[in-house]
Design a binder for this molecule. Structure first.
Ligand code: LRH
Ligand code: MN
Ligand code: MN
Length: 427
């Protein structure tokens, strides 16, 4: 952990330039009249994005893994890493757990560590895409959709056990992502596979405490390449509607075929009041799990434009959305990447807050396509970095989180403590 004096010293070389830029941007925004610098900074400070426990190590690909050293070997070490991120940016106040990778052995100790760092558990995620050594039945041909009742029962029980761990740790969100599907035409009966999945999910939903949310995540391909049982938001939505009000759709940015209009999906789900969760990442081809906003920053801005628009519309009845980064690392230091991802997320959010919304609504009503697009571009092209930096600073963090992380030589310290060969549990 860094002391506040240390963070203050790390900021010192950047303060004068930051204050100049922040004051200048404040004047520019006052002239535009759409939003004030202080108002946006306040919103940014409120916005929190959970860190998944499985993104703290180098995930690699099936062709290889190149551990960077000092990866967290236990849940305690994962929480320690998230605590550092939260200290640096004030925006990462929660960690998501994947069971069984993160089964807590000492619940009281986990709770104590979380409280000391100002963190909480965001959600529990079930894993029926891998076989575990002690398990009776294999998931090779599916889990909740399996043709075998015993396999389905085992997968349902695992999900119920996840909810139990979540209750011990104080979260109220359970996320289900299914790898179930098929690789060959004819292998799986589409309707029956859907029906079995619906019944299995209903059995899990039965065990959901009344103040919990169950998130149903979709994905068009991988690990199955011919069909996935829950390939798209329509299937997720239909399942959620059949389950009940506590079931919500989870949108993972990487889980769309290239050029899908994700912002429209976000708007549609909010209209239905069924957008429950978000997994941020970037992708070029598919579920690439790259740095959020690294490939399509304009699309990320358009997605936030929908989120802000809905939040400001009293007719939208969508519950609070659980935001999380879901990325994988093979090239960058995972902690640096998570800082960059959060920075890109806050940048997109800040720009969306700067959209002149009444003017945009008027242009849309008048079918003035050129003006409507211009109003979005006007907000998107503003350099909002001083607003994001100010949010970090007001939260007691670093004006430049990645620079501060490097300056203190954090990775070298982790390698000393945990070893060069320490490899995190996870994907
Ligand atoms: C699947 C996924 C899902 C899993 C995580 C490890 O691609 O996005 O959210 O739980 O990755
Ligand atoms: Mn995901
Ligand atoms: Mn994914």
């Amino acid at each position: 952990m860094l002391s506040s004096q240390h963070l203050h010293d790390l900021n010192a070389p950047f303060v004068a330039n930051h204050e100049f830029q922040y004051a200048h941007l404040g004047e520019v925004l006052d002239q535009r009249e759409a939003a004030s610098a202080a108002g946006v900074v306040e919103e940014l400070r409120r916005f929190q994005v959970a860190i998944p426990s499985w993104a703290l190590g180098t995930g690699g690909t099936r062709f290889g893994r190149f551990p960077g050293g000092g990866e967290p070997r236990s849940l305690a070490e994962k929480i320690t890493d998230v605590a550092l991120l939260h200290q640096l940016n004030g925006s990462s106040n929660a960690i998501s757990l994947h069971i069984p990778w993160d089964i807590p052995t000492d619940v009281a100790a986990v709770q104590q560590q979380l409280a000391a760092a100002g963190l909480h558990i965001d959600s529990v995620n079930s894993n029926t895409f891998q076989d575990q050594s002690a398990q009776a039945h294999s998931y090779k041909f599916g889990s909740l959709a399996s043709t075998e009742a015993a396999v389905r029962a085992q997968a349902v029980q695992h999900n119920i056990a996840c909810i139990g761990y979540g209750q011990q740790l104080g979260t109220k969100v359970h996320t289900v992502w299914l790898a179930d599907g098929s690789n060959f035409p004819g292998q799986q009966h589409f309707r029956r596979a859907y029906q079995r999945t619906q019944e299995s999910l209903a059995a899990i939903y039965e065990a959901l405490p009344s103040d919990w949310t169950m998130l149903v995540e979709y994905k068009p391909y991988e690990p199955n390449f011919y069909s996935m049982v829950i390939p798209d938001w329509g299937t997720s939505l239909a399942l959620c509607q059949s389950l009940g009000r506590q079931a919500q759709v989870l949108v993972d940015l990487g889980h769309h075929l290239p050029n899908t209009n994700i912002e429209q999906i976000v708007g549609r789900l909010q209209h239905f009041g069924r957008l429950g969760g978000f997994h941020f990442n970037g992708s070029m081809y598919g579920d690439d799990d790259l740095t959020t906003g690294s490939i399509k920053p304009f699309q990320l801005f358009l997605i936030f434009n929908e989120l802000v628009d809905s939040a400001q519309d009293a007719t939208v009845r969508n519950p609070a959305v659980a935001y999380m980064i879901d990325a994988s690392h093979n090239t960058k230091d995972p902690l640096e990447d998570l800082l960059q991802s959060t920075d890109n997320i806050l940048t997109a959010y800040a720009k969306a807050l700067l959209v002149d919304r009444p003017a945009l609504a008027a242009a849309q009503e008048a079918n003035d396509a050129a003006l409507a697009e211009d109003l979005l571009r006007d907000a998107f092209l503003i350099d909002v970095r001083p607003l994001v930096a100010e949010a970090y600073r007001q939260s007691g963090g670093a004006l430049r989180p990645v620079a501060a992380y490097r300056q203190v030589g954090h990775r070298a310290g982790l390698i000393d403590q945990r070893g060069r060969l320490a490899v995190a549990t996870g994907l």
